[in-house]
Write a protein that binds this ligand. Structure first.
Ligand code: NDP
Length: 305
């Protein structure tokens, strides 16, 4: 069997087109332009790349993008003051503080200082609680994107056995909660799970979010299962040759071994081109949703959980 490839890039394009359409309608009918503010503290190169592409895509769908770049040694009080100003700014409907923050800053404190209604990352404890109790919330972007692809592929997920590999607050736990809310029977596996291959073999849906390159081999996958690979790992790729400085070229891989899993699975997301593009698309979707809720207007359909 060769798995159907779930094309995250194409999916993300559709989501962005839907967001853009809604933004146009908000402007034309109500004179409102949704705005997303991204706060970056320090100069972590990966974070700078993420923030740049978030800003670019925000503008591409017709929304306003506000970037706040703060020095790496910014004090907690100064960062909290920036968040407070954004909380009170009526032009700003979504706020994202790029993680990880420098070590001297308390991420939990900062995230929980964001107005939950503007918390487009969905990490505020109020949103975690709302999601956990099945109430309307802002949903973390990576799990939301994964859920959209699963729903798009299967329609209903009701009654399916789902195994989520990883229990982080940003991916594993909210993913498990979303699958539970969609009536899956959910197992959360982690580094202390016993007989992990057998646990994974029972799954109709496997979501891998462990941060370990190609950890899940094909013989852990039940024939026909759907595999969502959240992992983004960079490994050496000597087959691509060397860089100008003599170092070995690299490539991105997921948390599952794509080649062997694709032989057994019914459907699989590739890396790159799977969950990654959906994450930013869902950030834009969350911003439009937050804007509509703030204004008491109908939310776009199909863009949230
Ligand atoms: P974390 O490091 O926070 O969590 C990893 C989880 O995997 C932990 O719960 C850990 O268990 C578990 N784990 C680690 N090793 C094993 C193992 N050998 N067997 C079973 N479980 C294990 O990672 P994140 O959740 O932040 O990210 C996971 C992956 O997703 C990373 O590759 C990251 O780059 C990627 N990612 C991708 C995004 C995207 O847009 N596509 C967005 C966010 C993340 P324990 O709790 O016991 O330590």
């Amino acid at each position: 069997m060769t798995a159907t490839v779930i094309d995250g890039k194409a999916f993300a394009e559709k989501v962005r087109a839907q967001v853009a359409q809604h933004v146009t309608a908000l402007k034309e009918k109500h004179g409102i332009t949704p705005g997303l503010a991204v706060v970056l503290v320090g100069e972590d190169p990966a974070s700078q790349v993420y923030v740049r592409s978030k800003g670019k895509m925000t503008v591409e769908v017709g929304m306003n993008s506000y970037e706040h770049k703060l020095e790496a040694d910014t004090s907690e009080a100064d960062l909290l003051a920036v968040v407070d100003k954004l909380n009170r700014d009526p032009e700003v409907h979504g706020i994202l503080v790029q993680l990880p923050l420098p070590k001297h800053l308390d991420s939990d404190l900062v995230i929980n200082s964001i107005d939950p209604a503007k918390d487009v990352d969905g990490f505020h404890i109020s949103n975690v609680g709302l999601l956990g109790t099945g109430q309307k919330s802002m949903v973390p972007c990576t799990p939301l994107g994964s859920l959209m692809m699963l729903r798009g592929h299967h329609g209903s997920l009701s009654g399916m056995n789902a195994v989520v590999l990883g229990r982080s607050n940003i991916v594993g736990k909210p993913m498990a909660q979303l699958l539970l809310n969609d009536s899956c029977t959910v197992t959360i596996a982690h580094s202390r799970t016993k007989d992990l291959p057998d646990v994974v073999r029972r799954a109709d849906i496997v979501v891998a979010a462990v941060g370990r390159a190609q950890m899940v081999p094909g013989d852990w996958i039940k024939p026909g299962a759907t595999v969502i690979d959240v992992g983004i790992n960079r490994i050496d790729a000597p087959e691509k040759g060397t860089n100008e400085d003599g170092s070995v070229k690299t490539r991105l891989v997921g948390d599952v071994d794509y080649e062997s899993c694709a032989q057994v699975a019914g459907a699989i997301t590739p890396v790159p081109g799977g969950v990654g593009p959906m994450t930013i698309a869902c950030l834009l979707a969350n911003t439009v949703t937050a804007c509509c809720r703030a204004k008491g207007l109908p939310e776009p359909e199909g863009l949230t959980a």
